[in-house]
Design a protein around this ligand. Structure first.
Ligand code: IVH
Length: 731
């Protein structure tokens, strides 16, 4: 390749790598495998090596991928199809950002054992033949975190960000169960940083994805993306619910009293910090190889994802001597395991209809072992993907687990294609109800438009209605199916006229099960409005949007009365969601359904002052907010109201405070200055409310900044108890 060609290819590679970095670190929804990414990066590295004058400081070879949330326009974030929203359902728009005290770098990585040998030789040469050891560790596949402890207390948690500045996720980290807020033991330095990985164990990942699939939120591709998306969630209590865990592997600070990395981590463990005990100090390349080959097999039995082994020079003085390149330490390297893939035969394709009518092709495969489980089915995503793969029934196909867990078909082995293969036919009618399928502009999926008549969609909607984040009624999918098949429940409102006699018709149901179910339905009537709105299953109105809309309008009547313009004025509502809401409420059947649900006693407006107030710290205060905060603007307004304050949109003589976030409006700031209105920051506001909520723990107080309370009921304190008691007395 000559210089001109190299220049073009370098530009192309940088664009591809930057885009994939963004998808990986910011959107949490990568489209290529780690291996493919690493190969692109290797190509860029070798071209830049060949033409060093073409290296620029902004090349992705010179900096770490950034997870920083870029401030976006209000409308950008929650449009369907935007992976940021799709991938995590409730992404924060912007976090406070702080600089890292020490740059947060990545690791050089390789898939090649000979490069590990080369690393060992380089280190030995760099240290001039002195004796040293290596710490070998699992490479946890999660998202990097930097914790600062001051005076034995967790002070701040930052993501890697761009390596120099990270997003402040302290509030969320308080909800990760194995991260201590206060250290135990003794001898910890007054101030230190400890870095590690936040990851999601497989069990929590499977549970989360099952929930998301049921709610028709796109599942996370792998536990890493799930961990990273969850860490940046809007609602700290929900973070707690996601079952994240942490492992720490790098202690930093001034004048730390340790000679080796291993000693430092042992000390950290003695202070109650989560440190892996699957580490080993190795003396030479043979011991390193032994460790790698042991874990290459054994890692398949671990309850969490690992993607390799990290090899570090153990002596801290030698680490300092070897130092860093712009991007990596010279004292450590990662050996990465290749994602496993298997070749198997495609037997047939099912076309599954979901709750919203989306049709997903699912491949039925000859069972094949892959990373510890037997794979029989794999997703084919949509028609475009099937065309891209040029897949035929009877083909031999490659199956991979994205991040080791969800199987997907990544390719077809054309050399194995027999004569008897057949071209799959994507149905043009709903496989369930026979209605012609439609595909809207810009949609990857086909839909069955028979929303209220297609049995699968009806049952899917009923299941969604009672699901945990919606009405939270205790019943399984099989019960719902029976209720539907017996003609007892066709729409959600029918649940509330079920009688004991109706329920006794279900297979194996006795008095007690019927009573329990009725009690659970009764208790569900106390579900807050925002969950009821979510339960209705309006297309594109997920949990986060339902919350914003409910809080903005306060009642279903106000939402129904809103025209397009009014809807578009809400944070998080763009064209697609506005159209979906308008279409939903334009259907008289939906209005009748809402009337029936209202008559049954469900909440169709936000409770005012019914025990949900967190404090009266802001009573009598009129507050104007401007700029961006660590929570969305709607949440900030709700927070103010929860503490008794009143929101106003313009600064006047009646304004008590101007609450200024990042990038406040210059007009408002000027007006406040002219009128002598105090300008306060989010921290000041928190302080005011926290002082007033003295007695509640920090975790609970901060949970109030988000949405639901720590127990996930959405009701604070007494109100939550009430629901619990209500259920008990009814049983
Ligand atoms: S040490 C200065 N140790 O893998 C570099 N990193 O692909 C310190 N990782 O950036 C990192 N397990 O986020 C280290 N045992 C381990 C690790 C580990 C996972 C992550 C970390 C790192 C990335 C590199």
């Amino acid at each position: 390749m000559d210089r001109e060609q190299a220049k073009i290819r370098i530009r192309e590679l940088r664009d591809i790598i930057n885009e994939n970095n963004r998808r990986y670190y910011v959107e949490n929804s990568p489209v290529i495998s780690d291996y493919e990414f690493d190969m692109l990066m290797n190509e860029l590295i070798s071209l830049e090596k060949q033409y060093p004058d073409l290296v620029t400081p902004d090349s992705p070879t010179q900096k770490v991928g950034s997870d920083l949330e870029k401030p976006r326009g209000d409308k950008g974030i929650s449009q369907p199809g935007n992976p940021a929203e799709n991938a995590d359902g409730g992404h924060r728009k912007e976090f406070a950002q702080y600089p890292h005290r020490y740059p947060m770098l990545s690791l050089g990585n390789t898939y090649d054992m000979s490069e590990v040998e080369a690393f060992v030789e380089r280190a030995a040469k760099g240290l001039g033949g002195r004796t040293f050891t290596f710490s070998t560790e699992l490479k946890f596949d999660g998202t990097a975190i930097c914790l600062t402890y001051r005076h034995g207390k967790l002070y701040r948690a930052l993501t890697r960000g761009d390596g120099a500045i990270g997003d402040d996720v302290t509030v969320n980290v308080h909800h990760i169960s194995n991260i201590p807020t206060v250290l135990s033991g003794s001898g910890w330095p007054q101030e230190f940083e400890i870095r590690g990985e936040i990851y999601m164990p497989y069990k929590a990942f499977d549970r989360l994805n099952a929930e998301r699939e049921r709610d028709e939120d796109p599942p996370f591709a792998n536990p890493r993306n799930a961990a990273s998306g969850s860490l940046k969630l809007l609602n700290p209590a929900e973070v707690g619910h996601r079952g994240l865990e942490c492992t720490l592997y790098h202690l930093l600070g001034e004048n730390l009293p340790f000679d080796t990395h291993d000693q430092a981590l042992n000390a950290a463990a003695s202070w109650g910090l989560p440190v892996s005990d699957r580490r080993k100090v190795c003396r030479d390349i043979h011991e390193i190889e032994e460790y790698i080959s042991y874990w290459d097999t054994e890692r398949k039995f671990l309850p969490f994802a690992t993607d390799g082994i990290v090899i570090k020079v153990n002596e801290l003085a030698y680490q300092r001597e070897l130092g860093y390149t712009a991007k990596f330490p010279r004292w450590a390297v990662a050996y990465k395991f290749q994602a496993e893939r298997a070749l198997t035969k495609l037997r047939s394709i099912d076309y599954q209809v979901g709750r919203t009518g989306a049709v997903t092709p699912v491949a039925n495969l000859d069972p094949v072992p892959l990373s510890g489980t037997t794979v029989k089915r794999a997703s084919l995503h949509n028609l475009d993907q099937m065309r891209l793969l040029d897949i035929r029934i009877g083909d031999y196909v490659y199956v991979e687990k994205g991040g080791e867990i969800i199987p997907k078909i990544t390719g077809v082995e054309l050399s194995e294609r027999g004569k008897d293969v057949t071209v799959p036919v994507f149905p043009d009618r709903c496989p369930d109800c026979g209605t012609p399928l439609v595909r809207d502009d810009g949609e990857a999926k086909f839909f069955c438009p028979n929303t209220d008549g297609c049995p699968t969609q009806i049952m899917g909607k009923l299941v969604h209605f009672i699901s945990r984040k919606a009405m939270n009624v205790m019943a399984g999918d099989a019960t719902i199916e029976q209720l539907y098949r017996l003609g007892l429940v066709k729409t959600p409102a029918d649940f509330y006229s079920l009688t004991r006699e109706d329920l006794l018709r279900l297979d194996g149901w006795k008095d007690r099960s019927a009573e329990r179910f009725l009690a659970s339905l009764e208790a569900s009537k106390a579900t807050p409005f925002e969950h009821v709105l979510f339960a209705l299953g309006i297309r594109y109105v997920g949990e986060t949007t339902a919350r914003s809309v409910a809080r903005h309008f306060g009642s279903i009547d106000a939402i129904m009365a809103a025209d397009r313009q009014t809807l578009l004025a809400v944070d998080d509502i763009g064209d697609v969601i506005a159209d979906s809401l308008l279409a939903y409420f334009a259907d008289p059947a939906h209005i009748r359904e809402i009337e029936r649900l209202k008559a049954a006693g469900l909440k169709f407006s936000i409770d005012e002052g019914t025990g949900t107030a967190a404090s009266s710290a802001l009573a009598g205060k009129t507050i104007v907010i401007s700029g961006n905060f660590s929570i969305s603007r709607d949440e900030m307004k709700a927070f103010i109201e929860k503490h008794g304050g009143k929101n106003s949109s313009s600064v006047s003589g009646k304004t008590s405070y101007l609450l200024a976030g990042s990038k406040p409006g210059p007009e408002k700031m000027k007006k406040a200055e002219q009128l002598g209105i105090p300008v306060i920051a989010e921290e000041d506001l928190r302080k005011m409310t926290e002082d007033a909520s003295a007695g509640i723990t920090e975790g609970e107080a901060t949970a109030g900044m988000g949405d639901r309370t720590a127990d996930g009921t959405g009701l604070a304190g007494d109100a939550a108890d009430d629901t619990g008691k209500g259920q008990l007395t009814l049983f």
